[in-house]
Write a protein that binds this ligand. Structure first.
Ligand code: NAP
Length: 466
C-alpha cells in the first residue's frame, strides 16, 4: 500500500475517478430530475480531488494546509447558505476566489521557475496570470453590482472600448516582453496590476442586470486559467476540470445570449439596462388596462379547464413559489389541468424558475420549456403570469424598433384570458413597456406576487368558486 502510495498510483486513480465524477456531474445537471444527483457527484469529485492532493508525497508540512482548510471553510460555509436571490453574486464571489488562487499560484511559479522555464511554459503562465487577475477583479465588480454595493447602471464614456483594448494589449505586450527576457522579474507585478485594472474597466460599462451572463463568461475565463495552471503544474485533473469549466461557462453564456436574442458583443459592449424610451411617452398614453380582484381571479381560474402559469423574476423576489404550489394543488384538486411555462432567461440566472419551483416540489413533468408550451397557449383558457414581464412581451415579435425585438417569448397573448400579477406598471429588466397589459383579453392583478397568490388560494378554499 505504502509503495503504491509512494509511486503515486493511488493518487492517479483517485484523480481519474474525480475527473469522471465531474463529467458525470455535468451530464446529470442537464435535467431538473437528476440535477441533485449531479450536485452530489460534483461534490464527491471535488472531495476526492482534495483528498488525492493531500496524499501527495510532495507535501512536507501539513500545518499551512490545515490553516488554509479552516480559513476556506470559514468563508465557504456561510457563502453556501445565502438566499436563493443572492446566488448570482455568491457565484461571482466563488469565481473571484478561484481566480485569485490561480493568480497567486501563477505568480509564485514565475518567481520559482522562470529562470529555467521553456518559452511554452512561460506563455502558459502568462495566460494563466492575465486571465486569473482580470477574472478576480471582474468577478468582484460583478458581485458588487449584483449586491447593489456598486452603481448598477452602465458607466460609459467616449472611446471606452479603445481604452479597454489598449489596457489589455499593454498586459499582453508586458507578457511577451517577459517571455523574451525572463530575468526581468520586475515586469510581473506590473503585468498583474494592469490585468487587475482591466478586470475593473471591463465590467464598468455593463449594466447590473447583464451580470448573470457576464458571470457565466467569467466562469469560462476562470476555467481556462485553471486549465493553464494544470499545464504548469502538470496536473491532468486540473486541465480536464478547467476545460470543463471553461467550455460549460462559454456554452451557458452563448445560450443565455441566444435566449435574449443578443450578441456577445451587445452584452459586453452594448451598455444594456440603461433607461430606455420605448412606447408612448408618459402623458401621451391614452391606453387603459383592466384590473381584477383576487376573488374575480379565483372565479375565472376555477371555471377554466386548462391553465398555464408563467413565473418570472417577480415570483423570485416575492419568494412566492410555495404559494404558487398551493395554487397548483387547489386548482389540480378541482380538475383543472395546470402546467408551467418556463422561459430560459426568466428571472436573473439560468434555471432560476426551475430551481424555485423544484424547491416548492412542483412535479417536474409539469414544467415545460418555452418550445414545448408555446404550441399549447391557443388551447389554454388562462395564462397566469406571475411577476414575469419581458419574457411575455409581444413587442419582441411585432415591434422591430423594440430593444428586445427577435427575442423568443412565451406566447401568453394567444391564451383566451391572460392574468398578470405584478405590483404596478413598472417595466422589467429591459426597461420597456409591455403592450400585453393593454390587450382586451388581459386582466391586471395588482399586488405583491406572494400576497396576491395567497389571496387567490384563500378565495378558492373558502369561496363558492366551483
Ligand atoms: P422582468 O422582465 O425583469 O420583470 C419582472 C417583473 O416582476 C417586473 O415588471 C416587476 O413589476 C415584477 N415584480 C417585481 N417584484 C415583484 C413582486 N414582489 N411581486 C410581483 N411582481 C413583482 O422579469 P422576467 O420576465 O422574468 O424576464 C427576465 C429578464 O431578465 C429578461 O429580460 C432577461 O433577458 C433578463 N435576464 C435574465 C437572465 C437569466 O439568466 N435568467 C440573465 C440576464 C438577464 P412591478 O415592479 O410592477 O411589480
Amino acid at each position: 500500500m505504502s509503495s503504491l502510495l509512494h509511486s503515486g498510483v493511488i493518487i492517479e486513480v483517485v484523480y481519474l475517478i474525480a475527473t469522471a465524477l465531474f463529467i458525470v456531474s455535468l451530464k446529470l445537471m442537464n435535467s431538473p430530475r437528476t440535477a441533485r444527483h449531479g450536485v452530489w457527484a460534483g461534490e464527491l469529485g471535488m472531495l476526492l480531488a482534495i483528498a488525492g492532493t493531500l496524499l501527495s508525497h510532495g507535501i512536507v508540512d501539513y500545518k499551512w494546509i490545515a490553516i488554509a482548510l479552516v480559513l476556506g471553510s470559514i468563508i465557504g460555509v456561510p457563502l453556501g447558505m445565502v438566499h436563493m436571490t443572492a446566488v448570482p453574486q455568491r457565484t461571482a464571489l466563488s469565481h473571484a476566489f478561484g481566480a485569485l488562487c490561480v493568480t497567486l499560484v501563477g505568480v509564485s511559479e514565475f518567481y520559482l521557475r522562470s529562470a529555467t522555464a521553456p518559452v511554452f511554459l512561460l506563455s502558459v503562465l502568462s495566460l494563466e496570470v492575465i486571465l486569473g487577475s482580470l477574472t478576480f477583479t471582474g468577478s468582484l465588480m460583478a458581485a458588487g453590482k449584483l449586491q447593489e454595493l456598486l452603481p448598477q447602471r452602465p458607466i460609459t464614456y467616449k472611446g471606452q472600448n479603445l481604452v479597454n483594448l489598449a489596457v489589455l494589449a499593454l498586459a499582453v505586450v508586458l507578457a511577451l516582453h517577459f517571455i523574451l527576457h525572463p530575468s526581468q522579474l520586475h515586469v510581473i507585478p506590473l503585468m498583474v496590476a494592469i490585468s487587475l485594472l482591466f478586470g475593473v474597466l471591463m465590467i464598468i460599462p455593463i449594466g447590473g442586470a447583464d451580470m448573470p451572463t457576464v458571470i457565466s463568461l467569467l466562469n469560462s475565463y476562470a476555467g481556462l486559467s485553471a486549465a493553464a495552471m494544470g499545464f504548469v503544474l502538470q496536473s491532468k485533473l486540473l486541465i480536464v476540470a478547467g476545460a470543463l469549466d471553461g467550455a460549460s461557462g462559454l456554452i451557458l453564456s452563448i445560450n443565455m445570449s441566444k435566449a435574449m436574442n443578443r450578441s456577445f458583443t451587445n452584452v459586453l459592449f452594448g451598455a444594456f439596462g440603461q433607461e430606455q424610451s420605448s412606447g408612448p411617452a408618459a402623458g401621451d398614453d391614452t391606453r387603459t388596462v383592466r384590473s381584477a380582484t383576487a376573488e374575480e381571479a379565483a372565479a375565472i381560474l376555477s371555471a377554466a379547464s386548462k391553465v398555464v402559469i408563467v413565473p418570472g423574476y417577480g415570483m423570485a423576489v416575492a419568494q412566492a413559489q410555495h404559494k404558487v404550489r398551493e395554487l397548483y394543488d387547489a386548482l389540480s384538486k378541482r380538475g383543472v389541468d395546470v402546467k408551467f411555462g418556463i422561459h430560459p432567461v426568466a428571472g436573473r440566472m439560468p434555471g432560476h424558475m426551475n430551481v424555485l419551483l423544484a424547491e416548492a416540489d412542483i412535479p417536474y413533468d409539469k414544467l415545460l420549456d418555452m418550445d414545448e408550451i408555446n404550441g399549447e397557449f391557443s388551447q389554454t383558457d388562462v395564462a397566469l403570469v406571475i411577476g414575469a414581464n419581458d419574457v411575455t412581451n409581444p413587442a419582441a415579435r411585432t415591434d422591430p424598433g423594440s430593444p428586445i425585438f427577435g427575442m423568443p417569448i412565451l406566447d401568453v397573448d394567444k391564451a383566451r384570458t391572460v392574468m398578470v400579477i405584478k405590483r404596478g406598471m413598472s417595466p422589467g429588466f429591459a426597461g420597456i413597456d409591455n403592450p400585453l397589459y393593454y390587450l382586451d383579453g388581459t386582466l391586471m392583478l395588482f399586488g405583491d406576487a406572494k400576497a396576491f397568490v395567497g389571496s387567490i388560494v384563500r378565495e378558492l378554499a373558502g369561496g363558492n368558486h366551483s
